[in-house]
Design a protein around this ligand. Structure first.
Ligand code: ATP
Length: 219
């Protein structure tokens, strides 16, 4: 599903962030991505969302060659991927419902179908009763769950998350990561970057450690 073959990434005028990096993550697999600050975890995820382009090498995701993907095909590719950010990037002046619906409105869909999908996504993250509220009235953990609902509402094949528990206490972090594990158990391919060694140990899933531009499998 996700295949990095000798992928190198450097930003203009900077040393290499990723260097001849290789990774195979199969369909329906889950992995945690760890590594020191500045190792390039966000960069690796940005390559997968095509916010950044590889400098050299081959990156294939769900049969799509991201190195040669034309700009006009990027939106269709992105609809197959769900992304969760540490700071959730919610629109604070829109309701929970509107935040989650936004992804689908852009994609174009009947009002009834949209309503069904949004409610199903909010139910999955346990926020079915909060749809009318505004994000600022929710706790940090709930806001992050809205971010997750928004990422899964279009039932993506791949779910990526960049430090989704960075601002949460251990109990809420466990809840959020368990949610990702549930999506994986239901067939979604999941890759989550995290600093949180306690959660890594607890989760017991495949762990990839990024350092010096390369990935190492952790036992
Ligand atoms: N747009 C950019 N232009 C230039 N350099 C960048 C850019 N984005 C990231 N970098 C550099 O690339 C390196 C890797 O950054 P990245 O954010 O991918 O690391 P990270 O592992 O996610 O770090 P953290 O855990 O602190 O979020 C850093 O040295 C960073 O300064």
């Amino acid at each position: 599903m996700i295949e990095f073959i000798n992928v190198t990434k450097h930003y203009p005028g900077r040393r290499h962030v990723l260097r001849e990096l290789n990774l195979q993550l199969g369909k329906g697999e889950m992995a945690l991505l760890t590594g020191p600050s500045g190792a390039g975890k966000s960069t690796l995820l940005k390559l997968l969302t095509r916010l950044e382009a590889v400098s050299h090498g081959t990156l294939r995701v769900a049969g799509v060659d991201l190195a040669t993907l034309r700009r006009r095909h990027i939106p269709a590719y992105r609809r197959r991927v769900g992304v969760v950010f540490q700071d959730h990037k919610l629109l604070m002046d829109r309701t929970v419902y509107a935040n989650v619906a936004l992804t689908l409105q852009v994609a174009g869909m009947s009002a009834r179908q949209l309503d069904h999908r949004v409610r199903a996504a909010l139910d999955k993250v346990g926020l079915g009763d909060h749809w009318r509220e505004f994000p600022e009235t929710l706790s940090g953990g709930e806001q992050q769950r809205v971010g997750i609902a928004r990422a899964i509402v279009h039932t993506p094949e791949i779910l990526l998350a960049d430090e989704p528990t960075g601002n949460l206490d251990p109990e809420l972090s466990s809840e959020i990561l368990d949610m990702f594990r549930d999506f994986y158990r239901h067939g979604t391919t999941v890759l989550v970057a995290t600093h949180d060694q306690g959660q890594v140990d607890r989760m017991g899933v495949r762990t990839l450690h990024l350092a010096h531009g390369q990935l190492q499998e952790k036992a």
